[in-house]
Design a protein around this ligand. Structure first.
Ligand code: SF4
Ligand code: MG
Length: 332
């Protein structure tokens, strides 16, 4: 499958009064054309920082992309300067956020706002831009687009606003759409409709989606593959089926147990005890060791290598690695 985006060994840190936070510590993954990759994890795990790095929206300072490469169709985004990035944002990669209101200008009609992006990136007439805006509104399921085009954001409900933001993000037909908690601010029924819309749009446009969320229910509905992040690293990645039915990392298992299950009546929620480590001085070995019921001596000393469990399924956990035994004995 064609790799539309490749993130290689990304390291991002933030300088604060308290010290340097190592927010992302060596993240690598590929995004294939037409797939939805979900990045999941607790707040502060580095999932949003990863997506903002791809957009090159990390404020520098205090943030800094320390090292790594981010290839979009072979071009390394980390090497690009702001004017080149401005051409790529919106046109090749778009991003939408949790609260649609932050992306919309309350004083401008939604038609103008959708047209703005396309007029900025493409050399076309206003008439053609309007036609594209109408098509986008239709695509995101807004009826009477001719009338709606002339209305202002406050004339739409929260769910409708998120549809408009999605229309704005897709009007230039980007290769990649990054959605950071796109349904978190919406109620459950609307959430389901927006997720359905993502699937529908992907079928129609072939856009590749990176979905950032803490909500495994959302992931279950739309993701093709899932990357689980913990303390600035991806600890497990696999297909939706592999992650939901054959999770191997104790953190992934813990996350799954802490999700309400609709299929098992009276199933108990088991939150993962403890808290993630301090990323000012992250642990040398596995960052989950302090919370892990299976932690061994080697876990605290050495970060586990990546072990391949199938063509798509990778995990960083000593439990899956035959080398753990050898390392423990050589350490004595
Ligand atoms: Fe637990 Fe060790 Fe695996 Fe980390 S490497 S998740 S501490 S068993
Ligand atoms: Mg976030």
């Amino acid at each position: 499958m064609e790799k539309i985006l490749q993130v290689k060994d990304l390291h991002v840190s933030f300088t604060t009064y308290g010290g340097v936070v190592q927010a992302v510590r060596g993240v690598s993954f590929d995004l294939h054309r037409g797939e939805t990759l979900a990045i999941v994890g607790e707040s502060g795990c580095g999932k949003s920082v990863t997506s903002q790095s791809i957009m090159r929206l990390i404020p520098e300072p205090p943030g800094k992309i320390k090292s790594g490469q981010i290839f979009l169709k072979g071009m390394d985004l980390i090497q690009l300067k702001e004017p080149e990035l401005r051409k790529i944002r919106g046109a090749n990669i778009s991003m939408i956020f949790q609260d649609p209101m932050t992306a919309l200008n309350p004083t401008i009609t939604i038609g103008e706002q959708i047209m703005e992006g396309i007029l900025q990136h493409k050399n076309i007439s206003r008439e053609q831009a309007k036609k594209a805006a109408l098509e986008m509104l239709h695509l995101v399921g807004i009826s009477n687009p001719e009338i709606r085009l002339k209305q202002y954001p406050h004339q739409f409900s929260g769910g409708m606003r998120q549809r408009i933001v999605i229309a704005m993000a897709l009007v230039c037909q980007p290769d990649v759409l990054i959605a950071d908690e796109p349904t978190t601010a919406l109620d459950v029924t609307i959430q389901a409709q927006i997720l359905e819309l993502f699937r529908d749009i992907q079928k129609k446009t072939g856009v590749s989606i990176i979905l950032i969320t803490h909500d495994l229910g959302v992931v279950a509905q739309v993701a093709d593959r899932i990357a689980v992040m913990y303390a600035g690293r991806i600890v497990e990645i696999g297909t939706r089926r592999e992650i939901f039915y054959q999770p191997q990392h104790p953190y992934t298992k813990g996350l799954l147990q802490s999700v309400p299950r609709l299929d098992v009546e009276g199933a108990e929620l088991v939150p993962i005890p403890g808290t993630p480590p301090d990323l000012f001085s992250p642990p040398k070995g596995c960052a989950f060791a302090a919370r892990c019921p299976y932690a061994m001596e080697v876990c605290e000393k050495v970060y586990p290598f990546e072990t391949s469990l199938s063509h798509h399924h990778y995990v960083n956990c000593w439990l899956q690695d035959v080398r753990a035994k050898a390392l423990v004995s050589s350490n004595h």
